[in-house]
Design a protein around this ligand. Structure first.
Ligand code: AMP
Length: 307
């Protein structure tokens, strides 16, 4: 059951109240792919980097079961760069710099070996490129999940609306859901987004958990109350990777199974924020993941007798 992950592979410079990094490896597809790799080993990456990108990182992705045949390395060009600063609440951040670099003329090529893809994760990237990837898949995958961010709402609105219409699941955060619809109420925003095309919508609310909607139902998953949140970068991508990775592993795309996917995604995101960048995410064990999922179960389980 193969999963194709498309999105940025990047350098990030991050500032949080706890510290500051120089350029470290990041990128939406790096986080999503690494997170999904704990659930399925048949992952195929589509992205682009410059010749400044470390070969060891590509090898590490490969060691996680991620094929990089669809990762283009552009000689003489620079990798996508993003820099952000978190506010003291760690739930909000300012983008300080976005340098598209290699993304500007990226023309994605889908290798023949990727064409059996059943699950497609369109992680954060230029909406036109996300669309090109989808159009270049010979068969429509069984499930297409799209993640995006405010940057593309500000700069490429029409192209973004175009791709939103084509996917099964959209994941955005609460501020992005409001920006997309002009509605403050997340329930009204969800109704408007579901009317645009996706059958399912996930609204991520950082430390306040996540909501899963379809037209008839809604499910809420908490975030784990953590003593220290060190760096939230990539938490949304890690969440999405865990969600689709779990669905690909279990081959079940029912609403009931999506609820479990949301919990696995939330568990993966809770690891991501514990250290800077990908540090915590690259060396997890299945036992750690299962124990964390159990913590989610314990957190919301209670007995009640209705009178
Ligand atoms: P998240 O914290 O889940 O929103 O993801 C942060 C990651 O997204 C970082 O590693 C960045 O490299 C990447 N990123 C930031 N801005 C963009 C953008 N406009 N398009 C695609 N990826 C981005």
């Amino acid at each position: 059951m193969s999963l194709v992950v498309v999105g940025t592979v990047a350098f990030d410079a991050i500032e949080t109240p706890f510290g500051k990094t120089d350029k470290i490896v990041g990128g939406a597809a790096t986080y999503s792919g690494t997170s999904a790799s704990y659930f399925t080993k048949n992952i195929k990456l589509v992205s682009v980097v410059g010749d400044d990108f470390p070969v060891e990182t590509i090898k590490r992705l490969n060691s996680h079961g991620i094929s990089t045949e669809g990762l283009q390395i552009k000689q003489g060009q620079k990798t996508f760069f993003w820099s952000g600063r978190y506010h003291t609440d760690m739930n909000t951040r300012d983008t300080l710099d976005t340098q598209l670099n290699v993304l500007l003329d990226f023309d994605p090529v889908i290798p023949e070996s990727y064409q059996d893809c059943q699950f497609l994760m369109l992680s954060n990237l230029m909406p036109q490129i996300q669309k090109k990837v989808l159009e270049r898949m010979v068969n429509r995958p069984k499930l297409i999940v799209l993640d995006t961010m405010n940057f593309w709402m500000d700069t490429q609105w029409d192209a973004l609306i175009d791709i939103i219409k084509m996917v099964d699941v959209l994941t955005v955060n609460d501020a992005e859901a409001r920006q997309l619809t002009g509605e403050h109420s997340l329930v009204k925003a969800a109704q408007k987004i579901l009317a645009m095309g996706p059958k399912y919508l996930v609204i991520k609310k950082g430390e306040h958990g996540a909501l899963l909607f379809n037209k008839e139902q809604v499910f809420f998953a908490p975030a784990l109350p953590l003593e220290d949140v060190f760096d939230p970068t990539g938490a949304g991508d890690t969440f999405a990777g865990g969600f689709i990775g779990y669905l690909a592993q279990t081959r079940d795309i029912s609403f009931e199974n999506m609820k479990r996917g949301i919990i696995y995604g939330s568990a993966m995101a809770s690891f991501c924020v514990e250290k800077f960048g990908l540090e915590r995410l690259i060396n997890l064990t299945n036992k750690e993941i299962e124990e964390r999922v159990q913590q989610f179960v314990d957190l919301v389980q209670f007995d009640i007798e209705l009178v």
